[in-house]
Write a protein that binds this ligand. Structure first.
Ligand code: CMC
Length: 430
């Protein structure tokens, strides 16, 4: 197989190296294209561009495969399975932790679960109906003001300490924003509880009544966080990398990830899915009409929770979540009419030529909201839960880029289509 591609521009022929991933996938290295030909490449949504080499997450979109550090995603949800903290360590540090390493990391999470009172006080000045993703992004960035020792992390211990602070505090920030929105007193974290149970405690306990988490609920949330933990170079992760490439600190870079994730085409889709299912349930629209609207090119509506830039097959996370919905709801003795509607929509879409031809399948956001509802998470906190889950992935990607001594500032080019050189016209002559 050729290890070079030949590009002919006019009379000039140049050779471009081909690099290969461990799975045999190939990429043409065009980093010298401009220098050799004076031409840039045009790929507006970066759908055809690898922006880095990465060893964290592997996806085969045609086969519906997802692996974290080589481990198939299915192994994170079948017994014996890791919990979210272990999966986070794996993603960030590249291998499974031993007992001592995991215990130490857990202790660091416990030691850092409180927010500085200065940050806590800021919640009082935020409007009660403020979007929780705005609060999360702003407060995550704000951590840099209170933990300035992590503005530069040059030593490995510094990275561990910064990662532990972020992964621990993100739950507290999320829960406090929810409490603020409901006018409820803040509930401080309980060091005796595990990661997911502690988050639910801060969300739902009352000063006079402890919220008791059941094993099925704890397990379901653990699984949701793990399934969201990384997904290679998606929109929010690329945002983290772009910001991090300027040597911006970890807090600022991850805050950028939260902002990107908020968008309805990305993490915000989990909210849109439930709103869509609710609308169908309330009788505002039928599943058939919903599918017709999604196909109508004069209508901006999309079937939320469907389609993916990389998967042209079932998203393996959606498969796991769909199965879990049945299992978890049955264990909790709950029924959710929205689950039946979701199944009906999936059935309609997967037998419709529009979706079949475009290879549009349910993605992670299609069924996750139904599980989050069953856990008791309010809809406007769904994307926040996605962010809590995705944080280890952002940190892992930031670290990988930071550790790569050859990495440079990310600075794309453009094809300029604006005005040619024009003279300034004074106000009175316009
Ligand atoms: N409903 C209707 N049509 C769709 C949908 C959809 N959900 N998704 C893609 N299409 C159509 C699109 O209109 C286009 O049609 P045509 O070829 O006739 O112009 C074709 O399929 C290709 O779509 P695209 O927009 O070029 O694909 P993309 O790779 O740029 O976008 C996507 C991927 C996820 C943004 C898109 O599928 C979408 O908007 N889905 C709905 C939002 C959603 O569920 N987002 C969550 C993504 S997964 C988790 C995450 O990243 O957070």
């Amino acid at each position: 197989m050729a290890d070079k591609a030949i590009l002919q521009v006019g009379d000039k022929k140049i050779e471009l190296p081909i690099i290969e991933g461990v799975d045999g996938s190939k990429a043409i290295d065009i980093s010298q294209l401009l220098a050799q030909t004076g031409l840039t490449s045009y790929d507006p949504s970066l759908g055809n561009t690898a922006i880095c080499k990465s060893a964290i997450t592997y996806i085969d979109g045609d086969k519906g495969i997802l692996r974290y550090r080589g481990i198939p995603i299915e192994q994170f949800t079948a017994q014996p399975k890791p919990n979210f903290v272990e999966a986070a360590w794996l993603l960030i540090f590249g291998r499974l932790p031993n007992k001592a390493e995991l215990a130490e990391f857990r202790q660091q999470l416990i030691d850092n679960e409180l927010l500085h009172e200065g940050i806590k006080d800021q919640f009082q000045h935020i409007p009660a109906d403020a979007p929780p993703m705005a609060i999360l992004s702003a407060t995550m960035n704000n951590l840099a003001c209170f933990h300035k020792q992590f503005l530069e992390v040059e030593k490995p211990e510094g990275l561990v300490a910064a990662a532990a602070r972020l992964i621990s505090k993100v739950r507290t920030i999320a829960a406090f924003s929810y409490r603020r929105s409901r006018g409820l007193p803040f509930i401080y974290p309980d060091p005796g509880l595990r990661y997911c149970a502690n988050f639910l405690h801060m969300m739902f306990s009352l000063p006079y009544k402890q919220y008791i988490v059941t094993p099925e609920i704890e397990d379901a949330l653990n699984m949701i966080f793990i399934l969201h933990a990384d997904h290679e170079q998606n929109c929010s992760t690329s945002a983290v990398r772009v910001v991090g490439s300027a040597r911006a600190n970890l807090f600022a870079s991850c805050a950028a990830g939260v902002s990107a994730l908020w968008g309805p085409l990305h993490g915000g889709a989990n909210v849109e899915v439930i709103n869509m299912l609710e609308r169908i349930y309330q009788g505002g629209i039928s599943p058939e009409q919903c599918i017709r609207d999604a196909k109508d090119k004069n209508n901006s509506f999309r079937l939320f929770g469907f389609g993916h830039r990389v998967y042209r097959n079932f998203d393996p996370r959606a498969k796991i979540l769909k199965e879990s919905c049945d299992r978890v709801l049955a264990k909790m003795h709950r029924q959710d009419p929205l689950l039946d509607i979701a199944r009906r929509l999936e059935e309609l879409a997967l037998s419709d030529p529009y979706f079949v031809e475009r290879k549009l399948y349910p993605n992670v956001d299609f069924y996750s909201g139904i599980l989050l509802r069953a856990i008791g998470i309010p809809t406007n906190m769904f994307t926040v839960c996605f962010a809590i889950g995705r944080l280890p992935g952002w940190i892992a990607q930031w670290k990988e880029q930071h550790d790569d001594t050859s990495s440079k500032i990310l600075r794309p080019r453009q094809v300029y289509i604006g005005a040619q050189v024009t003279d300034y016209v004074p106000m009175e002559q316009r």
